[in-house]
Design a protein around this ligand. Structure first.
Ligand SMILES: *[C@@H]1O[C@H](CO)[C@@H](O)[C@H](O)[C@H]1NC(C)=O
Ligand SMILES: *[C@@H]1O[C@H](CO)[C@@H](O)[C@H](O)[C@H]1NC(C)=O
Ligand SMILES: *[C@@H]1O[C@H](CO)[C@@H](O)[C@H](O)[C@H]1NC(C)=O
Ligand SMILES: *[C@@H]1O[C@H](CO)[C@@H](O)[C@H](O)[C@H]1NC(C)=O
Ligand SMILES: [Cu+2]
Length: 587
């Protein structure tokens, strides 16, 4: 399915380390590399870790990222929000001023929050929401992590309404194995986009009539930009002007590290640049043995870095993020599933690209639906697990001390006739935002409510294995907070302990892995990070209907850590007057 450069890749699953080493050496000293130019992005590398401070103001406003005006939530009036960019070892301080009339909170997707579990940002689990009109300071270490991460609001569905941004931890030249393999970096944030705010979308979704069909996006954006055909806008009275595409400027023969972040709420994407190959070097912060692909499937919450060499003819090329419409419940007539950006070579002018992708969509034939990309179905799953191996090998975690089988299902809740998501027949209630688990855990004899779906991990150093069993027809990108897990198996059908072959040699480490439709995914992690950590599907709509559980990891150590006073103070206010859950931010 994926074409690969023979020089980097061996099809064998039992990779020979000698071969890998050779590949890496070759990779670091490519035969004809252009001169290295300074990395463009700030901050400069310094030898001592810094505390980098960011000031954020969160407001409600209107914006037309694709030409269609709608209400949004923004940080510092930017969409996507301000980039957090630091170096390995730095501390991050974010001073949030919540100028909304609803509460909010922020999650740092990809960071382990080791030693700082109260700042992980999940209401009901590890913090109380930041009240409207209040300020709150997040301050956390980066646990020696590097790579491409992102931040997003974790209160209700606020991230779909605009509260997202990139969070990059750069690796200094001494430790970055790829430092000489690229000349410049660019961030590429992909996300699906709705022309209505989440309030009205939720009203429809959380009704018996939706039968669990998720709201279908109207468009997709690259770095917060896109175009939309105004004759198709619904409702027709929305203000609409032609939008603009994201433009990436390339200089011939330079090598670009693209940090691709999938900040979607629902749809997966297949990412490509016409006529250019992508050399995959990072998944969710883990450096990889490089793999060449033509296109990259990337699911909600996931990140990849690819190196693209501007080695094609001097002209302009389409960048494509093809939405996995095959993974969505239904395609509305006004959705153009191919989201385009423009790659402009210096000297080629500003002309619109004329390149054709691997696939050219076919118009509808009478009596038949339009032929959309037949390979979209491929976007509903991750890259082949066996093709991705970390550059720094870590043996498979064993022996397993805690084993957890999670059956994923969706069904109508008899109480209200609304479709909910279940993990082992429990649908997460949302917890209690103003009495979160981390506070409840201070009481040694706490008894958690069943629908808070708490699982405690008591033994320090426990090796936890989670088997996700998904016998239904939707894919689910599962994200674990507080950890980078090993993905030890992934496939269709059922996982059978001892029978299903494991990805046992140097398994991929990441924090968001897709559980394929009618399939399984098996992950392992080590319980060495006291905290309350969410495990949830990153399809944001599925979070709302309960496809969420939480681990209380090492509760005794966590209790002994206490809770900083200013974090505890957030819990004193309780919900703002008249607050109704799931109504979004519309009054
Ligand atoms: C929050 O911070 C802003 C900016 O520093 C300041 O103007 C405002 O007074 C603060 N609000 C509160 C309630 O402390
Ligand atoms: C916009 O949509 C209308 C109605 O579907 C169609 O007739 C028109 O050709 C489209 N315009 C462009 C530029 O695609
Ligand atoms: C992002 O994730 C969503 C949800 O899983 C998926 O549908 C979409 O195709 C992904 N986007 C890309 C560019 O892979
Ligand atoms: C601790 O939890 C137990 C069991 O739910 C409860 O009976 C007790 O009152 C709680 N103690 C405090 C101090 O809240
Ligand atoms: Cu899901």
């Amino acid at each position: 399915m994926w074409s690969k450069s023979p020089s980097w890749h061996s099809r064998s699953r039992l990779l020979l380390w000698a071969f890998i080493l050779q590949s890496v050496l070759l990779f670091l000293n490519p035969p004809s590399s252009p001169p290295i130019v300074a990395h463009a992005a700030p901050p400069d590398f310094t030898s001592t870790p810094q505390n980098r401070i960011f000031f954020w103001k969160v407001t409600r406003t209107t914006l037309a990222p694709d030409g269609v005006t709608r209400p949004v939530l923004l940080v510092n009036d930017k969409y996507p929000g301000p980039k957090i960019e630091v170096n390995r070892g730095d501390y991050i301080t974010v001073v949030v001023e919540n100028a909304l009339d609803v509460p909010t909170s922020f999650h740092w997707h990809g960071l382990t929050m080791r030693g700082d579990p109260w700042y992980d940002g999940v209401p009901g689990m590890n913090q109380c929401p930041i009240p409207p009109g209040a300020n709150f300071t997040y301050a956390f270490g980066t646990d020696n992590m590097v790579g491409t991460h992102w931040w997003h609001a974790h209160f209700e569905n606020q991230y779909i309404d605009g509260l997202i941004g990139a969070m990059i931890i750069r690796d200094p030249p001494e430790t970055n194995p790829f430092f000489k393999a690229y000349d410049e970096e660019r961030n590429v944030i992909l996300n699906d986009w709705y022309h209505q705010p989440t309030g009205p979308l939720l009203a429809q979704y959380l009704s018996p009539e939706s039968h669990g069909r998720e709201p279908v996006p109207n468009n997709g954006l690259i770095n917060g930009k896109g175009t939309f055909n105004c004759s198709n806008v619904q409702p027709a009275n929305l203000a609409c002007v032609p939008g603009e595409r994201a433009v990436f400027h390339f200089i011939s023969n330079r090598r670009y590290r693209l940090r691709i972040i999938n900040a979607s709420a629902a749809s997966p994407f297949m990412f490509s640049i016409d006529d250019h190959q992508l050399q995959v070097i990072e998944a969710d912060g883990t450096d990889l043995n490089p793999v060449m692909v033509d296109r990259l499937p990337i699911n909600a919450g996931q990140r990849y870095s690819v190196i693209v060499t501007a080695n094609q003819d001097l002209k302009n090329y389409w960048m494509r993020a093809e939405m996995g419409t095959g993974c969505l419940p239904k395609t509305p007539s006004n959705l153009d599933p191919v989201i385009l950006g423009e790659v402009r070579y210096q000297g080629a002018g500003k002309a619109e690209p004329t390149t054709t992708g691997r696939f050219v969509p076919q118009p509808a034939v009478k009596g038949q639906e339009a032929l959309v990309n037949p390979s979209f179905a491929e976007a509903c799953k991750d890259m082949d697990l066996y093709d991705l191996h970390p550059l720094q090998p870590v043996p498979i975690l064993e022996p397993i001390t805690n084993s957890l089988l999670i059956r994923i299902s969706f069904k109508k809740n008899p109480a209200d006739d609304i479709v909910r998501g279940y993990m082992n027949d429990i649908t997460y209630s949302g917890g209690n935002a103003w009495n979160p688990t981390i506070v409840q855990n201070l009481n040694q004899s706490v008894e958690y409510e069943v629908n808070h779906h708490v699982m405690q991990i008591l033994k320090p150093g426990a090796i936890v294995q989670i088997v996700f069993d998904n016998s239904q027809g939707d894919e689910h990108p599962f994200h674990l907070h507080g950890h980078v897990f090993q993905v030890v198996a992934q496939g269709v059908g059922f996982y059978e302990e001892g029978k299903t072959p494991l990805n046992a040699v140097n398994p991929l480490r990441r924090d968001t892995a897709t559980v394929p439709r009618n399939g399984f995914t098996v992950v392992r992690f080590k319980a060495d990070n006291p905290g309350v950590w969410a495990l949830h599907c990153h399809i944001e709509w599925h979070v709302t209907i309960g496809l969420v559980m939480q681990f209380v990891e090492l509760p005794d150590q966590l209790r002994a850590m206490g809770i900083p006073e200013h974090v505890g103070n957030l819990c004193k206010t309780g919900p703002p007057k008249g607050f109704k859950p799931h109504t979004g931010f519309m009054p």
